[in-house]
Write a protein that binds this ligand. Structure first.
Ligand code: AMP
Ligand code: P6P
Length: 334
């Protein structure tokens, strides 16, 4: 049987489709690949060493930081700084962005990276899958100068690449550079990612809805109507309700099996809980590249002009016809 392509081979093959490329994006993707393997190592042994539980400190959103959050954040940031293949980084775990071009005067790199280093980390102690999400843009400010906030506040349509790593029953890296979505599974025995899910697309029909119904009373009426629609005995319904509490895992399952993930505004999060820059935009890029759709209930996620680094938005992502129906119900009832 022919040996499947490795992620490294795939990245280089794609680079050759761009004869004028300098190899900078490939190096950046390879740096993320390496950091993912290291984080995977720690996530998979989390139960065995004293790395579980919280650090007792809070991140930029006054959320208790799990030790693995802090470690994953450090690993990704250090791998990008040490290998000098980005000019700036923004992270869910960092109040402000980090300017590498400011640190290293000769930094001529043109990409900024935004990451959620360990999304769903509240699940770590209960052994549920968690993930890393990344998003890559070309800087707007001049190369060689310190990056500015504007370099990070770009609409999602400007993304050069986006993806996630899911640390689950197997570890996968799924990413896009605007030419489709491809999934790579890690062979932990040799530390190599192999192309296991080429050209990923949402199935034509989605029959799964993912939402924390504990917040039902606070949902917009249109969302309540959608949930009831999913539960009716009609046509191919009722649909299946599946919610893991880990965006990467819920998204990944819905991408493979067909479905929609919803995080509307709630009492605790009147603008929604998920962050536009390093959760919604990368997942929206992947969703659209896989034939799906991503909306805040009214607007295409990728066209929202960010105002703040840690801005939150309501988030609906998955099969196009399911997101369309949610938008229609919100338009009718809210
Ligand atoms: P570079 O000079 O290496 O940053 O490449 C310039 C542009 O070519 C990138 O912004 C991408 O649009 C494209 N490109 C280069 N390498 C790759 C790759 N490995 N995969 C996909 N697109 C690539
Ligand atoms: P809730 C994890 O904290 C996260 O950002 C997503 O990964 C997940 O889908 C959501 O929040 C879970 O939030 O309020 O349902 O626990």
């Amino acid at each position: 049987m022919e040996q499947p392509k490795t992620l490294g081979e795939f990245v280089i093959e794609k680079q050759h489709e761009f004869p004028y490329s300098t190899g900078e994006l490939s190096s950046l993707l390879n740096s993320i690949r390496l950091a993912a393997k290291i984080v995977n190592h720690y996530v998979n042994k989390a139960g065995l060493v004293d790395i579980l539980g919280s650090t007792g400190t809070n991140n930029a959103h006054a959320e208790e930081q799990q030790k693995l959050d802090v470690l994953a954040n450090k690993l990704f940031i250090n791998s990008l700084i040490n290998r000098e293949i980005a000019c700036g980084i923004a992270s869910e775990e960092e109040e402000d962005f980090i300017s590498i071009s400011g640190m290293k005067k000769d930094n001529q790199n043109k990409y900024v990276v935004l990451i959620d280093p360990l999304d769903g980390s509240s699940n770590i102690d209960v052994n549920v899958s968690v993930g890393t999400i990344f998003s890559i843009y070309r800087r707007i400010s001049p190369v060689g100068t310190p990056v500015t906030l504007e370099d990070f506040l770009q609409p999602g349509i400007n993304q050069v690449a986006a993806g996630y790593i899911i640390y689950g029953t197997s570890t996968m890296l799924v990413y896009t550079t605007g030419h489709g979505v491809n999934g790579f599974t890690l062979n932990p025995a040799i530390g190599t990612f192999y192309l296991s899910h080429p050209n990923m697309k949402f199935p034509d029909k989605g029959k799964i809805y993912s939402i924390n119904e504990g917040n039902y009373v606070h949902f917009p009426l249109g969302v309540k109507k959608f949930i009831k629609y999913c539960q009716e005995e009609e046509d191919d319904r009722p649909y299946t309700s599946r919610y893991i509490g880990s965006l990467v895992s819920d998204f990944h399952r819905n991408l493979i099996k067909g479905g929609v993930y919803l995080y509307p505004q709630t009492a605790k999060h009147p603008n929604g809980k998920l962050r536009l820059l390093y959760e919604c935009n990368p997942m929206a890029f992947l969703a659209e590249q896989a034939g799906g759709k991503a909306s805040d209930g009214k607007r295409r996620i990728l066209e929202i002009k960010p105002q703040k680094l840690h801005q939150r938005v309501p988030f609906y992502v998955g099969n196009k016809e399911m997101v369309n129906l949610i938008e229609q119900m919100i338009q009718i009832y809210d």
